[in-house]
Design a protein around this ligand. Structure first.
Ligand code: DC
Length: 230
């Protein structure tokens, strides 16, 4: 691990705003960005493509090792490519999120993705969002944020986000799916969704995106940038 490169880990449940905040903070600081959820979604997508069962741990770990994953572009214009195909939109629906959450419970899949995720740690710094960024992947991150919001608020946000992308969605169904995914992500034995002991917990239910982003940037200035003498 390149311990000299600062990392901001942003973990939290589905729809808490991690992705938006991570993107905003990375753009402001000119840091690299790791959307780790996209990796689990890519594996789920490829498993469906190749007809591999969601509980076939050995076949899924082998699949991870042969996938060609590529993030192209920068900041808000990132496109995700799998074995040469653009799957940016295809991995965003809730069915893919749920399949990703199931696959993410398999230890062999998680460990096959570990080195790839750590490879995103490059100068001048990294903002990484997911479920276990601060607990497992970057336990030495200089700033760890655990972002939460009520399930109702998260369902509303996810509804708007998916609608804007052109998906046909239903708010009540989304709320049920978010609650089911929360349960699955927090109860699994391997790398469960939990705040790291040294994480700053931010509840964004009543905050705007700008307010959350400003708070994270303030904490980053205190904890990372001053520590690295910038
Ligand atoms: O953040 P997301 O909704 O795109 O993530 C999809 C699923 O992937 C999520 O429900 C659980 C899993 N995941 C994980 O287990 N660990 C991560 N670091 C990121 C995502």
């Amino acid at each position: 691990m390149n311990a000299a490169v600062p990392v901001i880990a942003i973990d939290g449940p589905s729809g808490s705003g991690k992705g938006t905040i991570a993107l905003g903070v990375a753009s402001r600081l000119q840091f690299h960005l790791l959307d780790s959820g996209a990796l689990y979604r890519l594996v789920a997508h490829a498993a469906r493509r190749d007809g591999i069962a969601e509980d076939d741990e050995t076949a899924l770990a082998a699949l991870v090792r042969r996938l060609a994953i590529e993030f192209r572009g920068r900041a808000d214009a990132v496109s995700v490519h799998l074995d040469g195909a653009d799957v940016t939109l295809a991995i965003r629906d809730e069915a893919c999120g749920m399949a990703a959450s199931k696959i993410a419970g398999l230890a062999a899949v998680r460990s096959a993705l570990l080195a790839f995720q750590r490879g995103f740690r490059r100068a001048p710094g990294l903002v990484a969002d997911g479920r276990d960024m601060g607990t497992v992947v970057f336990p030495d991150a200089g700033l760890k944020i655990f972002l939460t919001a009520s399930a109702e608020e998260r369902a509303q946000r996810r509804y708007k986000q998916l609608k804007d992308k052109g998906f046909d969605v239903n708010l009540r169904a989304l709320l049920r799916e978010i609650e089911a995914r929360d349960l699955q992500d927090t109860q699994r034995p391997v790398a469960p969704l939990v705040a790291a002991a040294d994480a700053v917990v931010l509840d964004s239910t009543a905050l705007t995106i700008d307010q959350v982003q400003d708070r994270v940037l303030e904490l980053a200035a205190q904890r990372l940038i001053s520590a690295s003498g910038r």
